[in-house]
Design a protein around this ligand. Structure first.
Ligand code: SF4
Length: 324
């Protein structure tokens, strides 16, 4: 399958069968926390980026054959970019609704909701999850790095209009990035935007996975609690905090330990090669690593920094230390 993937389990949607509407990475934004990588085409131009026909064929295939007996709770339209840029999104939602009773969800950055056509195309979905990370221009630019055509006031207005017209559930996701969109002024502006949009739910999040931009760091648990309390003021809906602070703390610690171990191994490899040239397998064995991929990574780090070189000898590849 080229466009359908999963199902993947998510806490908020259950077993979600993803439908990817765009090739990476075409988006109206270039968020600092994006896990996909930098936006290569920053645009607001809507078109049929991949053939709708082929997506519908894959949907037919899944509906006829299933996905290896695994359950599907929801079909989720998404993209490694912004799915509402695809002009076939309305047709795909309508097709799913005509073929299955499962709910249809859309993950979007909400920037094109000012366009009545986009709002009409999403109308048949069951759950729409747009994001809005900032309601102040400077924070919006800092965190989301929008295309020049994107206008923040219009984005908020579009979301509010959509909420009034839409019969399904609108879950507004807000992702806070430390020192970028988490000041009291930012939270007050978001509070006002939330009151205007009045989503069915709010989903508060922070940076959980390695982002494209190292400056994007998670906010603290206290900041998240402050944000939840401020947003709850004057808002009757439910606020979910999506982040598991304990889990990200443990992961970071694990990653740091791993990085330290790898650095130590790099130095051991360098010391060994200073004594004599060796092939990769021998380095792995002599240092008792027993993980050829890890040893190869360490060797490559030394090659990249010019400390060692690869040489051929008797039809075999060796690495030797470069004396500078
Ligand atoms: S809107 Fe989504 S896909 Fe686009 S840059 Fe932001 S996080 Fe990445």
């Amino acid at each position: 399958m080229k466009y359908l993937f999963g199902p993947v389990y998510s806490r908020r949607l259950g077993h979600s069968l993803g439908i990817d509407l765009l090739p990476p990475k075409i988006c109206t934004l270039n968020c600092v926390y994006c896990e996909v990588g930098p936006t290569t085409e920053l645009t607001c131009e809507r078109k049929e980026y991949v053939p709708t026909e082929e997506i519908l064929k894959e949907i037919d295939q899944v509906l006829e054959q299933g996905v290896g007996g695994r359950p599907i709770d929801v079909f989720t339209l998404t993209a490694m970019g912004e799915p509402t840029l695809h002009t076939g999104i309305g047709e795909i939602i309508a097709y799913l609704k005509s073929k299955t009773d499962k709910p249809v969800a859309v993950l979007t950055n909400g920037t094109l909701f000012f366009d009545p056509k986009v709002r009409a195309e999403l109308a048949a979905a069951d759950i729409v999850i747009p994001s809005l990370d900032a309601a102040r221009q400077e924070s919006f630019e800092r965190v989301n790095q929008p295309a020049s055509m994107v206008n923040l006031a219009q984005v908020i207005e579009g979301l509010a209009l959509f909420r009034r017209e839409f019969r399904g559930e609108l879950w507004l996701e807000i992702l806070l990035v430390r020192d970028m969109n988490d000041s009291v002024e930012d939270l007050v502006a978001l509070q006002q935007a939330v009151r205007k949009i009045n989503p069915t739910r709010i989903q508060l999040n922070t940076v959980a996975r390695p982002p494209m931009d190292g400056r994007a760091r998670p906010v603290t648990r206290e900041k998240m609690e402050q944000a939840a309390a401020m947003l709850a003021d004057g808002y009757d809906g439910r606020i979910d905090v999506l982040i598991d602070f304990q889990a990200i703390g443990e992961k970071r610690e694990g990653e740091e330990t791993q990085a330290r171990k790898q650095q130590a191994l790099v130095e051991e490899v360098a010391a060994m090669l200073q004594r004599r040239p060796c092939p990769l397998e021998e380095i792995d064995k002599a240092l008792h690593v027993q993980d050829l991929d890890l040893t190869r990574d360490c060797v490559q780090m030394l090659v990249d920094t010019g400390r060692i070189e690869k040489i051929a000898h008797n039809d075999k590849e060796f690495y030797h230390y470069v004396n500078v």
